[in-house]
Design a protein around this ligand. Structure first.
Ligand SMILES: NC(=O)c1ccc[n+]([C@@H]2O[C@H](COP(=O)([O-])OP(=O)(O)OC[C@H]3O[C@@H](n4cnc5c(N)ncnc54)[C@H](OP(=O)(O)O)[C@@H]3O)[C@@H](O)[C@H]2O)c1
Length: 364
């Protein structure tokens, strides 16, 4: 059996870092070989440094691993990054310049013109943007990002409709889980029995990222989709799973049956054998009272977006509700699927041979 690709996790002790550990534990292609976090954690065993928050046991091998300093020296060539945006802005380019493939969750570079913002089912062709990055030419390293945890569910539900009927207007209101704010996140006194109608920069991210994701790759850049979008984002007392209420105006008329058919037939990764790709990326729940976070967030091992309550909208054309798992489909699972897509395109392990990358790093 071919050996697995060693991977590292930057920000391994946080909410998303823990999901990476959980999802990678039995991954057929990748093996966690390096963990890094802040100076507070570095040098400790992972079990000592991290407050494990997930409902599966912390794997023993990981429990005993020492948390490394967050430096590229000695790190594997494939890095899953789960850092706060301000830290990612400084740290991710250093890893890319040192010849690493940085598969990032943070918002720091999502809207950069030469950084792909990718959902494999939606715009895998945008991965070619890595060839525009200076680090790719100098060391082979590059950065790839996955979207904001609310944008990803929305875009997966919209893509099949955009392909068949075109999209003119999108109006979306979110009800986002507390795990979306990391750990410890929103103080319990603020969120218990409450709704907070503001998540800093979230609405701007959802709007801009949605249009980039649905945009067209034009050789060296992405032209965003020319639709109008308005997002309102709220934090609600739910542990995991973001719910979104969506109204859309289409460019061409569609019946309810045609919309359901577009979602049901949307299986762009079928046959590609990517281990994290769900069989059905967008699944319709016919019951009147679904989707619900507790009942539907783990469909497709947390990688399927559930849509429901499809009905005519008196202001636009159609409205529906969607649900996606924010730390799996919205974060760690999304990044792992991006890495699988890069691997299937032969781009995952940076292209320059080690020796050449080292001499390039010395020249830089
Ligand atoms: N939670 C979600 O649902 C979600 C979804 C999509 C995207 N994201 C994005 O993913 C990223 C991580 O989110 P999270 O929820 O996992 O945050 P988190 O729980 O706050 O974890 C942050 C991680 O970064 C590490 N860190 C902090 N300062 C550092 C430094 N100076 N150098 C190296 N590592 C440092 C922390 O290590 P220590 O333990 O040592 O402090 C911890 O491992 C954010 O950009 C977030 O916006 C989150």
């Amino acid at each position: 059996m071919p050996s697995k690709t060693p991977v590292g996790i930057l920000g391994a002790t946080g909410m998303v870092g823990q999901r990476f550990i959980q999802l990678l534990e039995s991954h057929p292609w990748f093996e966690v070989a390096w963990l890094a976090a802040s100076d507070r954690s570095s040098g400790k065993s992972y079990g000592e440094a991290a407050k494990w928050r997930l409902d599966s046991p912390l794997p023993q091998r990981i429990d005993r691993m020492t948390v490394s300093p967050a430096e590229p020296e000695g790190a594997p060539k494939v890095i899953f990054a789960a850092l706060d945006a301000a830290i990612a802005r400084e740290m991710e380019p250093r890893f890319a310049q040192a010849g690493c493939a940085v598969i990032s969750n943070s918002s720091a570079f999502r809207m950069a013109a030469d950084v792909p913002l990718v959902i494999p089912e939606v715009n895998g062709d945008h991965l070619r943007l890595i060839e525009e990055q200076a680090s790719r030419r100098h060391s082979g390293g590059y950065m790839v990002t996955n979207p904001n945890c609310s944008a990803i569910g929305l875009v997966l539900a919209l893509k099949p409709l955009e392909e068949r009927f075109g999209l003119e207007k999108i109006f979306v209101t979110t009800m986002q889980a507390v795990s979306g704010a990391g750990y410890p996140g929103v103080p319990s006194m603020d969120i218990l029995g409450n709704v907070v109608p503001y998540i800093g920069s979230e609405e701007e991210k959802m709007e801009a990222e949605t249009l980039k994701l649905l945009g067209r790759f034009e050789g060296h850049a992405v032209a965003p989709l020319g639709a109008r979008i308005s997002a309102s984002c709220n934090r609600v007392p739910v542990e995991d799973g973001h719910t979104e209420i969506v109204s859309i105006q289409l460019a061409r008329p569609a019946t309810r049956e045609q919309i359901l058919e577009a979602w049901a037939e949307f299986r762009p990764l079928a046959g590609k054998n990517l281990p994290s790709a769900p069989g059905q990326p967008v699944e319709f729940a016919p019951q009147d009272d679904r989707p619900q976070p507790r009942l539907d967030r783990n469909r497709g091992r947390g990688m399927t977006v559930t849509v429901g309550r499809l009905r005519p909208c008196a202001l636009l054309d159609w409205k529906f509700t969607l649900l996606s798992h924010n730390t799996i489909r919205g974060a760690a699972g999304a990044a792992i699927l991006n890495a699988e897509m890069l691997a299937s395109q032969g781009r995952l392990v940076p292209a320059l041979p080690e020796a050449e990358a080292m001499s390039a790093a010395t020249r830089a």
